[in-house]
Design a protein around this ligand. Structure first.
Ligand code: ADP
Ligand code: ADP
Length: 217
């Protein structure tokens, strides 16, 4: 059976950072819905144009667009052995759609780590986040600075502050998470799949907890 995991947590919790490390370690595909939307946005595809206004306002892109984007992504050959989903699902409708999609091929989500962090930490992490233009690599001004100011260590591309990481939008995104995404905690708890991980620790310690939580699942 293929291995599918869903990483849950508020914006800024460290999902993208951890997903990159853990998928390298477990040799799984990393699917970040936010990265796919941003890629479409920078290429100004139809999907990117449709998603742009929602993203810049800190709102969720409508379920139908998001679900069909993920369905296409999961059908790519690199997902044959499974995937680590980061940022999807974010609503109960998306979670139900994912369960259905996987079931069609005799698969299911095996475990759902939830990265928890207090709200003051979230705010500091999001407003200090620097993202790389080409590869979606993520840094933090204070906690994970690049070796050279403004340049990605990994692919040399330019670092920038995401439009939606500006203070005004960050608060809105936390509200959207509380209202639309937190019901998924109960959804996966009921399925016996939720595992909480303390995200306020240092990056390497969070990784160790995540790998432990996933081992044998
Ligand atoms: P998410 O994908 O959940 O929105 P990111 O992985 O992009 O979160 O992390 C948000 C910001 O916090 C980034 O600037 C990242 O470098 C930083 N960060 C991630 N994990 C930690 C950690 N454990 N300690 C300190 N800073 C972190
Ligand atoms: P974060 O790193 O803060 O968790 P993401 O990069 O995952 O944020 O998402 C950025 C934006 O992309 C979201 O605010 C939303 O507009 C859109 N988006 C990403 N994933 C989804 C999803 N599963 N459903 C709807 N919108 C999404």
């Amino acid at each position: 059976m293929a291995r599918y995991y869903v990483l849950l947590g508020p914006p800024g919790a460290g999902k993208g950072t951890q997903a990159k490390i853990v998928t390298d370690a477990l040799k799984l595909s990393h699917i970040s819905s936010g990265d796919i939307f941003r890629e479409n946005l920078s290429k100004q595809t139809e999907l990117g144009k449709l998603a742009q206004s929602y993203m810049n306002r800190g709102e969720l892109v409508p379920d139908d667009l998001t679900i069909s984007m993920i369905r296409d992504r999961l059908q790519k050959p690199d997902c044959i052995n499974g995937a680590f989903l980061d940022g999807f699902p974010r609503t109960p409708a998306q979670a139900e759609a994912l369960d259905k999609m996987l079931k069609e091929n005799g698969n299911e989500v095996l475990a759902v780590p939830l990265i928890t962090v207090p709200v003051d930490v979230i705010l500091e992490r999001m407003t200090g986040r620097l993202s790389c233009k080409d590869g979606g690599h993520v840094y933090h001004i204070k906690y994970n600075p690049p070796k050279v100011v403004g340049v990605c260590d990994i692919d040399g591309s330019e670092l920038y502050q995401r439009e939606d990481d500006k203070k005004e939008t960050v608060q809105k995104r936390i509200e959207v998470y509380d209202r639309q995404t937190t019901p998924l905690i109960e959804y996966y708890q009921k399925q016996g799949k939720l595992v909480e991980v303390d995200g306020s620790q240092a990056i390497t310690d969070v990784t160790a907890c995540l790998l432990k939580a996933l081992s044998g699942k």
